[in-house]
Design a protein around this ligand. Sequence first.
Ligand code: KE4
Length: 426
Amino acid sequence: MTSRNQQLFEKSQQLIPGGVNSPVRAFRSVGGTPIFFKKGLGSKLWDADGKEYIDYINSWGPMILGHAHPEVVAAVQQAAANSLSFGAPTGLELEMAELINQLVPSMEQVRLVSSGTEATMSAIRVARGFTKRNKIIKFEGCYHGHADALLVKAGSGLLTFGEPSSAGVPPEVAAHTLTLNYNNSQMLKDTFASMGEEIACVILEPVVGNMNLIVPHREFLTTLRELCSQHGTVLIFDEVMTGFRVALGGAQALYGIRPDMTTLGKVIGGGLPVGAFGGRKDIMSVLAPLGPVYQAGTLSGNPVAVTAGLTTLKLIQAPGFYEALTAKTAQLMDGMKQAAHKAGVTFSAQSVGGMFGLYFSASNPTSYADMMQADKNAFNHFFHSMLNSGIYLGPSAFEAGFVSSAHTDADVAQTIQAAEQAFASL
Ligand code: KE4
């Protein structure tokens, strides 16, 4: 009998490209039929067939309090009753700007947008307008949303400018983007030595979540900070995923590095569409209506979305919130590693705050090249075994996982039990 998921997927593909509104959801990387969900509560999801799952995607990070947190839902209901949108300033946006500035002090000024892509796209335009330079640096394996300038892979030569990683991106646009190797400080030094004065900005995930979880070498971050300061290059920390996820102040607080600009998303919307970019006041002053760099948005600072974000950001400031989230995530990793060891499976795992990485490799990868060596087929088999057991992991070997404050010790125990079965079946 065809499941409801399969029926929905078949019909959706008639009207929505690939049947999904974002490619990773299509299960192309792991195979099989994507799961269509209809309800979430706390750490749990229920699909169209009513099957229950423990959720480790958390909408790719935003649902750090778990699904349908009663205080967030109530605040959103109350805000919605006052109209869904004004297209005019509200006191809520000021409250959000004050809170972001308080929690992320490097963001001296901030502008709200409606997605992480808008945030990074805008931050790069601001950096180019401020420095009057065109070249940018990103790192292989990092993802910053789908703006043209960021859909660029490394060129043929290690220090040559980029080629489009997507159709539809003009080569002339990609040519301004240099893609370097993450955690490779020598490559950074060589690049800045040869063209530092041409580089408008460097953008990176300070803890990577888009080639699975990759942790930065501290020396890589400090070298990057020094080189950007020496050459007048804007250092942009893309904390769309790490912001309020790895620590209350994000990766910049964890590693003690002050970027010139930061982009945020996911958690700051609490599940509704909110992104943000901000940083040094002198840099942000180039933005219209003050300066010559244009950026705008009909729903930027939307009162209902900002209410969801504000309520979420207030709740994650509870004493001990991150200590508990970090400990719960680490407990899950330890259990996974013990289960793999018991089954004699080559496996490693690590976590930073409330995000984690699972790898079918002997040790934790520290670079894109390392990550490409991990056993993707083993992951795919593991993914489906866990899915059958009601555990919902990211449908790709190259995605990080997420824990919420709603995940319980019982959830962790159930997950590890499912992992024992999954490892045994490999
Ligand atoms: P959005 O435009 O999807 O809100 O944000 C783009 C973005 C920017 N920067 C970082 C570090 C990100 O992780 C993202 C989006 N993350 C992906 C997860 N790998 C979103 C999931 C998806 O594309 O459907």
